[in-house]
Design a protein around this ligand. Structure first.
Ligand code: NAD
Length: 454
């Protein structure tokens, strides 16, 4: 699963050779370590017009220990910036795009390695005026383009903030801390909507799940094992679920993180009840369910038989429905609490489709449909429902892809490399955090801004 090319061109002789003959050098991404500073350098924070979100963001960043400098069109930066954050929520005229350009260019030029650009705009669908909606939407094109131009592991992401959420610091903090930090190493070019919602105060941002119970399916290996590690690191008691045949690997993960293992085929009719029973041994109610278990049975659509079709749809989608139904029943002991979190793993194949994966893409697009609809239905119980859509992640699943195809897919993204399972784990943890109460019905691609599956 190692990316041999990346290792070669980032070390010793390979590094020199790559520089001399102009080979692409995938940057080494800054990734989260416990206790790490949020930013690797000061943040420049700017505002176009009369937006109020910029000063809120500056206060949050200062509160996290970061140095904050004012970003203006005339600004000169003596240090390499760790982040550039700009409030464009008040941009309603096309001429505001020019003001953005003037402020942003000096800041983007001053960005250091693995720096973050965060553009905070008003949700376009919340705007009545046509020019205002067009201006707000323009920032999606700008942000995605900057993401594609950044090198050295930088990322650019966009917040769509609802007008009634713009005065609310609490709802902004978790998104800012995720997209501003190294936890979002492999997320770029992505918009995410932030709504108004009451948020409970987070005592320790390194341990947001302290005292919580989280169930992670497919946790014996790959992405699921890393999700389990991220949740345990952040304070959760993890109930790690995987098929009985993966029992040894599952126990190993559970023991390593002080969690509980539960050998269970998620497609079995009593899977929801078994999960609830396991939860009830630790707590009355469950805080987080992460639907990660998934399979592929690739074939061209015209050659896909009933077994390949049904097994993929059932593991990747049907099982989630049945388990949710049990966990969401208020009468279920060990069911999901009001204010709880559901996070599903989709795929960029479910967004863009993929040759040989009609069954898989159906299941993953279905996950996206489920998440969007369920989030509306569960809003009055304060349960958020979101999905991550990984692109190419280095796991056993992707190691089966033929070498030539694998090498192409690895490079065709803004980071010029595959993601690590931990990158998906960090994004899922962001959705599940108590501070992310204002983020629901969202699908976040963790794909290094891949051009595949677009
Ligand atoms: P993986 O094959 O390495 O791990 C999947 C785990 O799910 C395995 O441990 C497996 O035993 C378990 N599982 C499968 N069927 C199960 C069942 N019926 N009951 C319980 N457990 C079951 O895969 P991965 O790469 O870690 O993928 C994890 C998730 O991420 C999947 O949903 C996958 O579709 C998705 N995904 C992966 C990638 C990637 O690049 N690896 C990209 C997009 C999406």
């Amino acid at each position: 699963m190692a990316d041999g090319y990346s290792n070669f061109v980032n070390n010793g002789f390979g590094k020199k050779l790559a520089k001399q003959i102009g080979l692409p050098q995938p940057p080494v991404l800054r990734r989260y370590e416990v206790g790490q500073d949020l930013l690797d350098g000061p943040a420049a924070v700017g505002t176009v017009g009369s937006g109020v979100v910029g000063s809120t963001a500056a206060a949050i960043l200062r509160g996290s220990g970061a140095d904050v400098v004012d970003a203006t069109a005339e600004a000169t930066y003596s240090d390499k910036l760790g982040a550039f954050v700009i409030d464009v929520t008040a941009a309603t005229k096309l001429s505001d795009l020019e003001t953005f350009r003037e402020i942003a260019i000096p800041a983007v030029k001053a960005l250091g390695r693995s720096a973050r650009v965060i553009v905070m705009a008003t949700t376009p669908s919340a705007l009545d005026d046509v020019e205002a909606a067009a201006t707000a939407q323009a920032f999606e094109g700008i942000t995605r383009s900057i993401g594609k131009e950044l090198r050295a592991g930088g990322s650019a992401n966009l917040f769509w903030i609802d007008p009634d959420a713009q005065g609310d610091a609490a709802v902004l903090e978790a998104p800012l801390r995720f997209f501003g930090s190294s936890r979002s190493a492999y997320v770029s070019g992505q918009p995410i909507r932030i709504r108004k919602h009451a948020v409970t105060e987070v005592a320790d941002w390194h341990q947001p799940f302290a005292g919580q119970v989280a169930v992670i399916t497919g946790a014996a290996r790959g992405i699921g094992a890393q999700i389990a590690r991220v949740f345990a690191r952040a304070g959760a008691h993890v109930i790690a679920v995987d098929i009985p045949a993966a029992g040894d690997a599952l126990s190993k993960v559970a023991n390593e993180i002080g969690g509980t293992s539960l050998g269970l085929d998620i497609t079995s009719p009593d899977a929801g009840a078994k999960i609830a029973e396991a939860v009830a041994r630790h707590a009355d109610k469950l805080d987080v369910i992460v639907h990660n278990a998934g399979i592929t049975r690739d074939k061209l659509f015209v050659n896909t038989d009933e077994a390949r079709w049904n097994s993929v749809v059932d593991v990747n989608l049907g099982a989630q429905f049945r388990i949710n139904e049990v966990l969401l029943d208020p009468a279920t002991k060990g069911g999901l609490k009001d204010g709880g979190r559901i996070v599903s793993v989709a795929s960029t194949s479910g967004i863009g489709g993929n040759r040989g994966q009609a069954n898989y893409a159906a299941s993953k697009a279905g996950v996206i449909g489920m998440v969007r609809e369920l989030s509306e239905k569960l809003a009055d119980r304060d349960i958020t429902v979101n999905a991550v859509a990984p692109g190419f992640i280095e796991t056993d699943m992707t190691s089966k892809i033929p070498m030539a195809t694998r090498e192409v897919v690895r490079r065709l993204n803004s980071m010029m490399q595959g993601g690590n399972p931990i990158d998906v784990g960090e994004a899922i943890a962001f959705f599940a955090e108590p501070g992310s109460a204002g983020v629901t019905g969202q699908v976040l691609r963790v794909c290094g801004q891949s051009q595949i599956g677009a």
